[in-house]
Write a protein that binds this ligand. Sequence first.
Ligand code: TRP
Length: 332
Amino acid sequence: MTKARVFSGVQPTGHLHIGNYLGAIQNFVRLQHDYECIFCVVDLHAVTVYQEPAELRAKIREIAALFIACGIDPKVATLMVQSSVSGHAELGWLLTCVTPLGWLERMTQYKDKSAKQETIGSGLLNYPVLMAADILLYQAKIVPVGDDQSQHLELTRDIAQRFNSLYGDTFTVPATKLPTHGARVMGLDDPEKKMSKSATGTGHAIGLLDDLAQAKKKIMRATTDSNPAVDFDPGAKNPMGAGVRNLLGIYQAFSGASNDEMQAQFAGLRYGDLKKKVAEMVAQSLEPIQARYREVISGNLDEILRAGSDRILPVANETVRLTKERMGVYAP
Ligand code: TRP
């Protein structure tokens, strides 16, 4: 039996942090053995808002190298850059032509992002169509994404269904939801908000490439509550706050400790000592990732990425050909 195809994309903007690692990348690392996975650095999405060209160029390589450093094996999974396969842009256009404007104007991410821009590029509006093209280009069945992307994924399904009903069965309609079992890591400075790649606060996120001494300091400064020590009792007079829960969650996700082990290690521990343990665990976990990253970024990364897109190119070409044929666009 052939394995179901998985596609996911990551934008080369901001810095990948431990929330990305524990919530998504670790999950990808597990998926790569059970599915045919394509992991794509989506640089064409990044330029929907202005990017400093030299920074973008560096960021694309950084993200790809970090994926490998985190355990994506480019011999097992396909790791590629979106702009290397022209089918993404090409299919993006063809799908734009079957997508009603109203569907795009409804997208909450578009509304949020466009509210922050002085001039709204039309690429920002079309962003989700390009995302649909990424997925449909490879006829991917499974798309592991965070909750913030479910509306885009739903739109992908709508576009696929609309195309299929207009022109005949062409695209696999991807599953809406993938059970993701990753930790949900919150901001260290604000444990009510999910840790974010674009947040600017210096104490908010721990980047995978952060200097380890700095990373430890960020943990030591993390927001907690006013209780003196860890109390797991849900009926406690002052139940544990979100900040402490977040730190415990980070420790547990990195260490793989069971709930019992967590209780045994942390019950009654003062917050200062809790933070020291979490800081140690984070530093110890990031160290090998950073070492591997330095090897990969100075090695044959570009060849690896080229091999990734070359390997998947025939699939993309076939989808573009079929789409053109179905639509009556010249495809001799
Ligand atoms: N929009 C996604 C994000 O910001 C990135 C992305 C682009 C993506 N194309 C994709 C994710 C295709 C999954 C599948 O996170």
